[in-house]
Design a protein around this ligand. Structure first.
Ligand code: BG6
Length: 493
């Protein structure tokens, strides 16, 4: 399906996201023939960047999309991009913006349809939405057939109360079906493939439950640090930045029941049931860490407290791990261990499903440990995207010894390297009005309800041993202890 003609209006267009991700994504969609031919993009920001915006975006598209400067397809695309400067609380500015969009409608035949993208700091989400409402841009006028949708970036709130408040403020102006809360993990092919793997095949789902699965691990490890985002990260930390959103989205795909269709409502309902079946996460099932100086990829790096614009006594966590249980028929008694952190040994995002042992050990293992290694399904979300199944095989020779081998599917080998970033699919879906891969109000509040008590408990007790892991390591010891309590170990990064 090709979306209807429309204008994509990006608030916060001077930020990195627009240049690095959004414009390259739109360009790709255009080149793949997935954008309507009647189409325009407007970048909105507070500073006057009219002279530099075009060249800057062009640079972003070239870098992010591997496009050559003199590519003949670039110019017609760039001609559809314009820049508009306004303060976000300036009523006159919003009136002018409205007029600018109307002009573009006449010029490009975009027919009044609007996709607003709020790529701004979270404190502006509600203000901008309110102003769109006040200036008649938030809802189609009565009798009008055109549509208005608003994509809202993360972070969506900083705890349950602020998320509720933000939802209320936005819902005051927009109907829920106009709101697209983005989590770019849902745009990743490999995350979507979790559902395809489970529900598009006949052989996995019968064993996807407490009878066969011992435990599940979800890891979002990054080797990068905070990349100059000190002031943001100081307030965020690993839970707010990654665990509450990206990792919980992945968890819901791993654990949800088959929806009765792939429609937004059906998928969101099943996800919500997973989050609501988690009956709280006791604080003693959580650990936090902060990196000190160390070596990443052979290079010395500073500790978190030495990063630019970070307090030298900061207690912000750059690593967090939790153990939770989903108390429903499928999962009762199966622990899920989740961890996310910066400056770890490697960049790896993956889901590890560890199966139960066979009832009897008939064979000897070749490994140093006495126990035969379990069957493991690993879904590698990034990098080296793919899925593997670990199982035991007979080592050739006169004795019957077992070794662990891997059956592996690699995206790159099977389908070639994809240049798509998650934003492509999500922008397209929003233009089509399909909210399946976006967060719903209830879902956001359900995940905040789980993490808010943890954050509150952490805030009360000073993190005594920070920093407690060296940059470039596998994370703090307390994370290992969390699993050791259950007689388990994390898979190695
Ligand atoms: C963002 C976080 O939402 O996700 C970043 O703010 C993090 O801190 C990033 O690095 C990870 O995304 P990806 O796609 O690189 O895994």
């Amino acid at each position: 399906r090709i979306p209807e003609p429309c204008i994509v209006v990006i608030f916060g267009a001077s930020g990195d996201l627009t240049k690095r991700k959004l414009l390259p994504a739109l360009y790709h969609l255009d080149q793949s023939g997935l954008l309507p031919k009647d189409f325009a993009v407007v970048g909105v920001a507070r500073r006057d960047l009219s002279a530099t915006f075009g060249p800057d975006m062009k640079d972003g598209i070239m870098k992010g999309g591997g496009v050559e400067e003199n590519d003949p397809k670039l110019k017609p695309f760039m001609d559809r991009i314009s820049y508009f400067a306004t303060e976000f609380d300036d009523d006159a500015g919003f009136d002018k913006l409205k007029a600018h969009l109307a002009e573009l409608d006449s010029k490009f035949n975009t027919q009044g349809n609007r996709l607003f993208y709020l790529a701004v700091a979270p404190e502006f989400f509600a203000d901008i939405t309110r102003r769109l409402g006040k200036h008649g841009m938030a809802k189609p006028e009565a009798g009008d057939k055109h549509w208005v949708r608003v994509i809202i970036e993360k972070p969506f709130g900083t705890d349950l109360e602020s998320a509720r408040k933000l939802n209320d403020e936005i819902n005051d102006v927009l109907a829920e079906d106009q709101i697209f809360r983005i989590d770019h993990y849902l745009g990743k092919e490999t995350v979507q493939n979790i559902l395809v793997f489970r529900f598009g095949n006949g052989i996995f789902e019968p064993v996807w439950n407490r009878n066969f699965i011992d435990h599940v691990e979800i890891t979002a490890a990054e080797s990068i640090g905070i990349e100059g985002r000190g002031p943001f990260y100081e307030k965020a930390g690993a839970v707010r930045d990654v665990l509450q959103n990206h990792v919980m989205e992945v968890l819901s795909f791993v654990a949800m029941e088959p929806p009765d269709s792939f429609e937004a409502e059906a998928v969101r309902t099943e996800k919500l049931k997973v989050w609501r079946a988690i009956e709280g996460i006791p604080v003693n099932n959580t650990v936090r860490g902060q990196y000190g100086p160390g070596k990443v990829d052979g290079k010395e790096v500073v500790g978190y407290r030495q990063e630019d614009r970070v307090s030298p006594t900061s207690s912000t966590e750059t690593f967090a791990a939790i153990r939770l249980e989903i108390e429903n028929w499928r999962w009762a008694g199966v622990p899920f261990y989740l961890r996310a952190g910066k400056r770890l040994a490697k960049r790896v995002t993956e889901v590890t499903i560890v199966f139960k042992q066979p009832p009897l050990h008939l064979f000897k293992s070749n490994s140093s440990e006495d126990n035969i290694a379990p069957n493991i399904i690993k879904m590698r979300i990034q990098p080296d995207e793919g899925i593997s199944l670990q199982f035991g095989a007979k080592v050739p020779g006169p004795t019957t010894n077992l070794a662990q081998v891997n059956m592996a599917f690699s995206y790159a080998d099977a389908f070639g390297k994809s240049s798509a970033n998650g934003y492509e699919r999500l922008l397209l879906d929003a233009m089509l009005g399909d909210a399946t891969l976006f967060a719903h109000r209830d879902g956001v509040e359900a995940t905040w309800a789980l993490f808010t008590p943890i954050l509150e408990a952490w805030a009360k007790v000073e993190a005594k041993h920070f920093p407690n892991y060296a940059a470039g390591s596998e994370g703090p010891e307390c994370a290992d202890e969390l699993l050791a309590k259950d007689g388990r170990k994390w898979v190695e990064l």
